[in-house]
Design a protein around this ligand. Structure first.
Ligand code: APR
Length: 233
């Protein structure tokens, strides 16, 4: 039995292309490199056990840059949708630009730079905003603090909840993601046939079934989509 579609519900599934116009490089633009280290060596449990100090430095720098970035027109338009719709943002982004633009229901499936967590079996989370994490900085339970980021090979977060939101949405807007990283990308398959399904990006290898593709920058397409949705009867 499929869950009921809610007529005023909108789900936005966002990726790094949405933050690109806020000056934060997409995963692919960065060619997956940082100081000649492959991201997989930095954003992975193996990289962490091999060189925790380098991983902390990598995320301290990304956390600082994300903190200095500002939400763009597309983030703000998505936040404005909340005045007329029940909006859930499911983001692969680890910056806080959706929240800083005013969105109040945001699920980070790949974690958040603004948080640290303990390395114990039941992780405790700490909001650190733009503060760096140092080697030797411990959580209350005495374990080393790490970035609250989902690394390659780790469990993506909030997937069940995110899938339920997509399945009950009357409108689904996918913006700024190449839909190449699983399982986050699989969320589009939960969108219902009768839902309005839009996809905004600069280039796409594959357009998911039933989605209308709007090629171009998020700051160009998203405000226009939001305007149309808010003014529709
Ligand atoms: N406006 C709209 N779309 C854009 C813009 C823009 N200004 N700039 C880039 N894009 C699009 C690109 O066309 C591409 O489809 O954003 C997408 C970026 O794709 P990726 O670099 O693969 O980023 P993303 O899909 O978010 O990667 C998924 O991989 O690195 C991991 O966990 C990380 O969340 C990330 C995940």
């Amino acid at each position: 039995m499929k869950p009921e579609v809610q007529s005023r519900k909108i789900v936005v599934l966002s990726g790094s292309g949405l933050s690109a116009e806020s000056g934060l490089p997409t995963f692919r633009d960065a060619q997956g490199l940082w100081k000649n280290h492959a991201w997989q060596d930095l954003a992975s449990p193996e990289g962490w056990s091999r060189n925790p100090e380098l991983v902390l430095e990598f995320y301290n720098e990304r956390r600082q840059r994300a903190w200095e970035a500002q939400p763009n027109e597309a983030h703000r338009a998505i936040a404005e949708l909340e005045s007329d719709f029940d909006v859930v943002v499911v983001t692969q982004n680890v910056d806080a630009l959706h929240e800083r633009a005013g969105s109040t229901q945001v699920l980070h499936v790949h974690g958040e730079l603004a948080y640290a967590r303990s390395t114990s079996a039941t992780p405790q989370r700490y909001k650190i905003d733009d503060a760096p994490i140092a080697l030797g900085q411990l959580a209350d339970d005495g374990t080393q603090l790490r970035p609250d980021i989902v690394w390659f090979g780790e469990q993506t977060q909030h997937m069940e909840e995110a899938r339920w939101h997509v399945a009950t949405a009357a409108k689904v807007l996918v913006v700024g993601t190449s839909l190449t990283v699983q399982p986050a990308a699989s969320l589009v398959s939960a969108a219902r046939g009768r839902a309005e399904k839009l996809l905004v990006s600069l280039d796409m290898e594959r357009i998911p079934y039933g989605f209308r593709y709007l090629q171009g920058p998020a700051t160009q397409h998203v405000p226009a989509i939001v305007e149309r949705w808010r003014n529709a009867p």
